[in-house]
Ligand binder design. Structure first.
Ligand code: 5AD
Ligand code: SF4
Length: 542
């Protein structure tokens, strides 16, 4: 038996520690083992489905970009599309901000701590004081601040020549770079970002990404400041080229925005209203992905199962799921995140009928107390949620269930919290992402009475995580001796040691003497278990 090896996967999975990389309702972020770092090759697919290495030809230094992403899978995938847009314009992606002409941060504002990150990054790029004075005086002289934004929002055509040629110089402040803030903080803070960090030139929220090529063209033409901040759009962000970071698992947004109104959540403000993508376009992309060699697709949406086909076909979410599962070449279909209100028997039936649909559902509950769920405006009670869980537990094959929980919501009593703990025992989740409540701008819960002190939130979080860790340890131990199919996606630096994911999205670290397994599906027998991962030995190929 291979000795259990610690390649740092434990800390990346399972019980969510508040901080980065956590899912938004919109996705459990898959653990990315550090052993995968070597695999993050320049890998992209063009509109014809051709996979290629990122072009290494002589690209002028000024056409380079650096893109850093915070937050959920939706953001990760948006960044893949943003990178695609830039690659199509002849830009080359670089590893660090130093070598980049354009520096972009795709931001998350789901909790305060995540939102603060971008400002610390922007602080690192702060230009010298003399450059800052130059920015301020140019602004004053030109009245430029806000003008570009107004033009961009009004959809005025891209100017061929910079309106103020002298402003070109300013782009040089910050070391000759164009600095942009994308995503949820961009949407939330808008032009205030320019005030806080005048060296930023681009502010664009995710609901305006379809305008990105135009905004980038404006910057290239010499405009200093451009914004895309409207959310009142029916359109989704589809691109000709998407630069895909994972060579096996392809992400696909099928619904953007959120029409729910959970009282603690910024997403409806930052990502705008729900917009679904036509089913034919989704299926066409899945076919192209399969032809290009991707065997796993993950359908994404803040509330993925609220999908409403805008085309005449009017496919329900479960019908789309089934159609995706039937595409030739696709071996695994995942979807995240589901909202309990729109989760029905039809989804469970489709999972049962299609072995290619993974046996994992992420179904955020947020609290085990009906009283708290009501103040959160979650639109279901504890009992109604448990009815959905019962549908999954009754399925013909085991379905792994994971969730998100918030502790310390305003007014959460000790008794409410106790109900969250008993829910853990009752449901027996395979993984829980738990967070301390974080008050967010614009949200109704911001003004709610009976705030819980930070220390108490921390205490409750620790209790919840301890309880859940024990549940996971016992659940995983029961799997010892069983064999699972694993898609191999990581190779340890240690010889013969590999890692991958089961259909239920468990991390499996395993031994195999084979020389090359990355991207393969193999059978692995579990020999020992930890709360957040399994350890096994390869038992054969599939
Ligand atoms: N405070 C704490 N956690 C939050 N989440 C969303 N908004 C907040 C907030 N204001 C959590 C929810 C959601 C997950 C992605 O983040 O649990 O499902
Ligand atoms: Fe999820 Fe509610 Fe936020 Fe919508 S408002 S993204 S349903 S937590």
């Amino acid at each position: 038996m291979g000795k259990s090896f610690d390649i740092g996967l434990e800390r990346l999975t399972g019980i969510g520690v508040p901080g980065d990389g956590q899912p938004q309702e919109g996705g459990v972020k898959p653990p990315l083992p550090d052993v995968l770092a070597d695999l993050k090759i320049g890998h992209y697919m063009d509109a014809s489905g051709t996979i290629g290495a990122q072009p290494e030809m002589a690209v002028p230094q000024e056409l380079t970009f650096y893109l850093e992403t915070f937050g959920c899978q939706m953001n990760d995938h948006d960044s893949e599309k943003v990178a695609g847009v830039l690659l199509a314009r002849g830009y080359r992606q670089v590893d660090g901000p130093e070598a980049a002409k354009v520096i972009l941060y795709n931001t998350c504002s789901i909790r305060e701590k995540a939102a603060q990150k971008v400002f610390s990054r922007l602080g690192e790029l702060r230009p010298a004081a003399s450059d800052l004075r130059q920015i301020a005086s140019e602004e004053e002289r030109s009245g430029e601040l806000g003008a570009a934004a107004t033009r961009a929002q009004a959809g005025v055509p891209v100017p061929q020549e910079p309106k103020h040629p002298s402003l070109r110089k300013i782009v040089n402040a910050g070391g000759g770079k164009i600095i942009g803030v994308l995503g949820c903080v961009a949407q939330q803070e808008g032009e205030r970002i320019f005030e806080r960090a005048p060296w930023v030139s681009l502010v664009c929220g995710s609901a305006s990404y379809r305008k990105l090529p135009q905004l980038i063209a404006e910057l290239e033409a010499g405009n200093r400041r451009v914004t895309g901040l409207d959310t009142d759009t029916d359109e989704t962000f589809e691109t000709e080229i998407t630069r895909r970071d994972n060579p096996w698992r392809a992400y696909l947004t099928i619904i953007e925005g959120c029409d729910k109104a959970c009282s603690y959540c910024v997403v409806p403000f930052t990502r705008g209203p729900e917009r679904s993508r036509a089913s034919a376009s989704v299926l066409e992309e899945v076919r192209r992905l399969a032809e290009a060699g991707y065997s796993e697709v993950q359908l994404l949406g803040q509330t993925v199962n609220s999908y409403a086909d805008p085309s005449a076909r009017k496919m329900r979410f479960s019908e789309l799921l089934a159609a995706v599962a039937e595409v030739r070449g696709i071996r695994r279909v995942r979807f995240t995140t589901s909202h309990p209100r729109d989760f029905g028997k039809d989804i469970v039936e489709v999972i049962e009928a299609h072995p290619t649909i993974c046996d994992h559902v992420h179904l955020p509950v947020q609290s085990g107390s009906t009283a708290v769920l009501r103040t959160m405006a979650r639109t279901y009670s504890r009992e109604e949620y448990l009815d959905k869980i019962a549908l999954m537990k009754a399925a013909r094959r085991p379905i792994s269930i994971t969730t998100d929980m918030i502790v310390g919501f305003p007014g959460e009593t000790e008794k409410d919290f106790e109900e969250t703990l008993t829910l853990l025992d009752e449901v027996q989740y395979d993984s829980v992402f738990a967070f301390k409540y974080s008050p967010r701008p614009n949200t109704p819960s911001l003004k709610m009475a009976d705030a819980i002190p930070e220390e108490e939130k921390g205490r409750r979080l620790a209790i919840l995580m301890d309880r859940q860790r024990e549940i996971q340890r016992l659940r995983n131990e029961k799997l010892i001796g069983e064999t699972f199919e694993v898609l191999v996606d990581g190779k340890s630096r240690r010889e013969n040691q590999w890692s991958g994911h089961t259909s239920s999205n468990r991390v499996m670290n395993f031994t195999s003497p084979e020389r090359e397994l990355l991207g393969d599906y193999v059978q692995v027998k579990v020999v020992s278990a930890m709360p957040n991962s399994l350890v096994g030995e390869m038992a054969g190929r599939t």
